[in-house]
Design a protein around this ligand. Structure first.
Ligand code: ZN
Length: 304
């Protein structure tokens, strides 16, 4: 077979690009950041989340903003299926039935979902959403939504004690303990790390089906906590889809929010989003990841 010169040059170029380190880190993944209502400062958090996701070097990020509370949702129909991962920074009004159905279709058929902080407060009366997120809080969640789940004696405990779902003590710095060190999201990272001041959610409850807890944090009664090791980073398999939830990242009025500057929050979000999108993590372990004894902050949310 005779190969023409232009075709030969093309083949050479393809080989050069394929051999380049970091070739896997192209902008091949499409992320939708869905926001627009929250009991938190989503106007502050969402641009930061976009910066964080883009800094991973593998995502293009489109921000989709819902109508405001009480607004007209009749035309709210984002095309979930155009994306590899949907990142929810949303806790607000219900979506139209067709939009909810499209979201479920998207996840069941293999889509990725990231639930960030108070997004696990959303939609308490939508059973399928609760199955996707695994555990949630507030919104009058009770034992009817499922057990409390926490880490005890080296395994997960499902506790059907009646009571409200979702609470936290006062914000403080705390240590995150990885419970699964072989999962693509946590593999290679320090197994315990100090997180910058944040809310430590406790008493989350939900269906907790197909739930894998990757990391917990001890909820200190001295700060208003439970004395339990509470789930902080976890995944759920739903149909062919993958959900990653980070309970971290409180964004209130403090600008910038301390919790969002934590390299541990940033890196686990980036890795969790990639895993939700593809089931794999290609990102390298950064040198500035926090350890059990030392904080690490990225004040402008990027690697620099
Ligand atoms: Zn919060």
């Amino acid at each position: 077979m005779k190969i023409s010169f232009p075709v030969l040059m093309l083949l050479v170029l393809v080989c050069i690009f394929a051999a380049m380190p970091g070739f896997a880190e192209n902008l091949s993944l499409k992320a939708m950041l869905l926001t627009g209502q929250n009991n938190h400062n989503w106007q502050l958090s969402s641009p930061i989340l976009k910066t964080i996701l883009e800094d991973a070097g593998i995502f293009t990020v489109d921000t989709v903003t819902t109508p405001p509370e009480g607004g007209d949702f009749s035309d709210f129909a984002p095309v979930f299926s155009d994306y590899d991962v949907i990142v929810l920074d949303y806790n607000g009004d219900h979506w139209p039935d067709a939009t909810r159905a499209a979201f479920l279709d998207y996840v069941r058929s293999g889509g990725g979902v990231v639930i960030y902080h108070a997004a696990d407060n959303a939609f308490p009366d939508w059973p399928a959403f609760n199955e996707i997120i695994g555990l949630g809080g507030w919104g009058n969640r009770t034992e009817a939504h499922g057990p409390y789940v926490y880490w005890e004696d080296g395994k997960l405990t499902r506790d059907m004690t009646p009571g409200p779902g979702g609470a936290h003590g006062r914000a403080h710095q705390f240590v995150i303990d990885h419970r699964d060190t072989e999962h693509p999201i946590t593999r290679g990272l320090p197994e315990a790390w100090l997180h910058e001041e944040d809310e430590l959610y406790h008493h989350l409850r939900g269906p907790a089906k197909n739930l894998s807890v990757l990391a917990t944090a001890w909820s200190d009664p001295e700060t208003g906590g439970t004395g339990n090791h509470e789930p902080i980073l976890f995944t759920v398999a739903y149909g062919k889809g993958r959900m990653f939830q980070t309970a971290l990242g409180h964004a209130g009025n403090e600008n910038p929010p301390p919790a969002l500057q934590c390299t541990g929050f940033i890196v686990t979000l980036q890795r969790g989003a990639e895993w939700a999108a593809t089931g794999q993590v290609t990102q390298e372990v950064p040198e500035d990841f926090p350890t059990k004894d030392s904080l690490s902050l990225r004040p402008d949310f990027t690697r620099k």
